[in-house]
Design a protein around this ligand. Sequence first.
Ligand SMILES: [Zn+2]
Length: 420
Amino acid sequence: MSTAGPPAAADRPYDLLIKNVCLADADVGVDVAIRDGVIVALAEDISELASETIDADDGLVTCSFVEPHFHLDKCLSRPLVGAITPEEAFARAHEAKIHFTVADVETRASEALRLAIAQGIGHMRAQCDVDYATKLISFEGLLRARERFADAIDLEIVAFPQEGMVKDAEAPGLLREALASGADAVGGLPEAELNIDDQRRHVELVLDIAGEAGVPVEMHCDYMDHADLKTLAMLAAATLERGLQGRVTASHCNALAVYPDDEAKAVIEQVKEAGIDVTVLPVANLQMLGGPQRTPRNRGSSRVKELLDAGINVAAGSDSMFDIWYRFNRLDPVETGYISCLSAGMRTDDEVRTAFDMVTTRAAKIVGKDAAIAVGAPADLVVHEAPTIVQVMRNLPGRRLNIKNGRTVGGQESSHWCIR
Ligand SMILES: [Zn+2]
């Protein structure tokens, strides 16, 4: 792909023209014309001038990526307190947070957002711990980072009571404060509680606070691959009781993968009835699950195919980056889509396409956006070097450009070959 600067002509009907584009759903190449941050024309051989022209050279153009679940406040904090198992991470998360300051959270979050923008992420749903250990310190750090990168990425902040809602008596009040100060959604982690009754109470408190504030819920459910965990079913029941269908997302849901088939089927039906979307986190969960002495039997992706077959919207996120929970991650949604294929056994052309949708359009739906490449749609796009979704995944990391509101805001160069 190549770019050309503004032409001298005075009459330029478009701000940006992307020439020679492949679309996933079209047989012929098109040009994409953009004005005022919106796609205004989509046709073969658009000849009018634009202030900026990009030659995609038969590369694929997709909607920009959405990272639907990422712990932005904790990323890059692993040097403070490393952990090996999820049990250790659950027990020691508060130790890392004691070291957090507003400036430190802003700096680490900014580093991650720069990387996210380079990878083509246009919207991130960021989890932010709000609890007795960090109070609103992490939240204030993320607010600052959000402001810094507002032109390049939409940052949605989920106020997340990592240390519990019953066990941590300060959490409900802090969640309400965060919501009054700019948080966009409420999170949850019922597994942080000490018993099943408190887990149920945790779910109910989170839903009640979200209901009062009119914001979405993003609940960590059944993180561990233990069949005795039942928090996804609790969430579905409480969502139905409160009439919050369509406003709740469950993340992880790893226990579902190890339930007996008939129990899993019943829970999936309940999730469908409750209008709950599901975000799987295979990148981090592939490494974190399984006992220390045995190779994991789970595959880190809940029951993606059964959830999809039931008509449930499923997205994929990357969860953590070099923090107490997970060592790796480069915040690359193509990599997340690719690993989703591996962990969920998605192998047909349609399934690979669905895995890509899980980091673009399906993830967009979870954050309340209707992502599409169409006239009238926002010009939040990624220009890839490779021409098809499969080739984009095969050619990781690949070259790409990130267009936000019709403006190039970032990109990355690959030194690798690209097979067309
Ligand atoms: Zn998480």
